[in-house]
Design a protein around this ligand. Structure first.
Ligand code: ZN
Length: 492
């Protein structure tokens, strides 16, 4: 390690420490903070955000970076660290500090406004905050990509290395595959049992914790808490925080959000120790992250093998389910229905919920749609894609936290992650044929070790395309995903 690279790394470590402080402020906001803390938390977030910006956007950082780049040769981690720094530096110095601070402050405030508006299903109360958010994000995109596609600037915040054209191509292939399949399955009508009654939250909590532990999530390096909207907060490989939520009338919701968030959490806990404390000590991209959560939630958690293991546990926790066998549970958790809420959607229609949001974001950006007209446009698209109209805006346009927090350009990564999850699954099965038998015995240690080796340990040293190519031998391709969906839902 040369002195110039050492100086760069010291700066990056300070940046990463502040990034974790910001993450903890956000986790606290969602999990612990009393309602009265909103405005002072917004100030704190804005201050941390601008301190982070100052560390890697100024001319002094440019000089550190130039000096480190001038030192050749270097290893792959050093090369990736410099690549990350160059990209962040270029991105950040283009955005005026006042705009960065305003965005951070507005994101925190608008989150609070969204929580109240959603509770009252009052879009009009959220509309000014949403309009301001899209306006600030448009100014940010114009600063980042003055001549290119503005949506690229948003997408690349979450999916570095992927263009809007590539994402749109993948989503269109997925839509073309899913739409007719969903239509025929929905037309057949549900053949699966619906579990009703009360499912005590204490029992749900025990099962959720058991599930994440059995997957291999290390609770001495993580936590599981309750939040309004489940998420996973990464504070380094030694402190990974999962959240879920509980509904007494829904037996599977908390279990599957635990599997989903723990899939994200395993990724973070599996990052190579030498990357910890640096900007590369985290998951590669949002699509890669979502490939991990969806793999555990759907491919593992909604399999027949999983329900051979979990049926007796449900019988014990919820005695009213004792007449149901593993095949009944398997069908119940894979029940397809046209529903309003994305995070509660089945595996088959989920992709269509995401594609709807991607289409709306692009319409808003292109000026084909105004924020004030969103509820109508949302409902029209729900009708077109899923054949239903939400009964109110809380179950329509207000349901997601993303736009309130400025996470625009994020949605496509969900469905691209689905596609990657099946590519990785096929590659892992080829390398470790015992995985499916292990799922029946609880957890899937061979799957986890394959993922650690081929995905998790690499952290952010490559793009999604690079990691998928190295792990599977091919480019990102929805074929494996569509094959899996067609086979599974054709048979169900
Ligand atoms: Zn996720």
């Amino acid at each position: 390690m040369t002195p110039a690279y050492r100086a760069l790394l010291d700066r990056l470590r300070s940046f990463t420490a502040l990034n974790k402080a910001e993450g903890l402020l956000s986790w606290d906001h969602a999990v612990m903070m009393p309602p009265g803390g909103g405005s002072s938390r917004a100030e704190a977030c804005a201050a941390v955000g601008s301190a982070m910006h100052a560390l890697i956007a100024g001319e002094d950082f440019g000089r550190l970076l130039d000096a480190a780049e001038a030192d050749n040769p270097r290893g792959p981690v050093e090369a990736a660290m410099i690549r990350w720094s160059r990209r962040e530096f270029e991105r950040r110095r283009r955005v005026p500090p006042a705009l960065v601070e305003e965005l951070a402050r507005h994101a925190s405030l608008s989150h609070g406004i969204w929580v109240e508006a959603r509770a009252k299903s009052d879009f009009a109360a959220f509309r000014p905050a949403l309009e301001k958010m899209f306006e600030l994000k448009r100014r940010q995109a114009e600063a980042l990509a003055p001549s290119g596609d503005l949506y690229d600037a948003w997408l690349q915040e979450f999916e570095p290395g992927m263009t809007t054209g590539e994402a749109a191509g993948l989503l269109e292939a997925i839509r073309a595959g899913l739409a007719p399949l969903a239509k025929s399955v929905l037309a057949r009508g549900p053949k699966a049992p619906v579990l009703s009654g009360r499912f005590p939250i204490d029992a749900q909590k025990r099962l959720g914790e058991l599930a994440v532990r059995e997957m291999g999530f290390d609770l001495s390096r993580g936590r599981l808490d309750t939040a309004a909207h489940p998420f996973c907060c990464f504070l380094g490989r030694g402190d990974v925080r999962l959240t879920t939520r509980y509904f007494e009338d829904l037996p599977f919701s908390s279990l599957y959000s635990c599997l989903h968030e723990a899939g994200h959490g395993l990724y973070e806990q599996g990052v190579a120790p030498e990357l910890d404390g640096t900007p590369l000590g985290t998951g590669a991209t949002m699509a890669m992250h979502e490939s991990q959560s969806r793999l555990w939630e759907n491919v593992v958690g909604r399999s027949r093998g999983f329900w051979k293991r979990w049926t007796p546990r449900f019988h014990e926790a919820f005695p009213q389910t004792r007449a149901l066998g593993p095949e009944n549970f398997y069908r119940a958790v894979n029940r397809v229905s046209a529903s309003c809420i994305r995070v509660e959607a089945d595996e088959l229609t989920y992709g269509l919920h995401v594609i709807l949001r991607f289409e709306l974001e692009r319409d808003l950006l292109a000026g084909r749609l105004r924020a004030g007209d969103l509820p109508e446009a949302w409902n029209a698209k729900m009708k077109a894609h899923l054949g239903i109209v939400p009964p109110d805006d809380a179950r329509g346009v207000l349901q997601d936290v993303h736009w309130a927090e400025g996470l625009i350009g994020y949605f496509p990564t969900y469905v691209i992650g689905n596609a990657i999850s099946l590519q990785l699954w096929e590659a892992a099965l080829k390398a470790r044929p015992g995985i499916e038998a292990e799922i029946e015995d609880g957890g899937a240690p061979s799957l986890l070790s394959w993922l650690v080796e081929n995905v998790h340990s690499r952290g952010k040293t490559g793009t999604a395309q690079e990691i998928v190519a190295a792990a599977t031998g091919g480019p990102i391709d929805p074929a494996a995903y569509l094959r899996y969906m067609t086979q599974k839902y054709g048979e169900l």
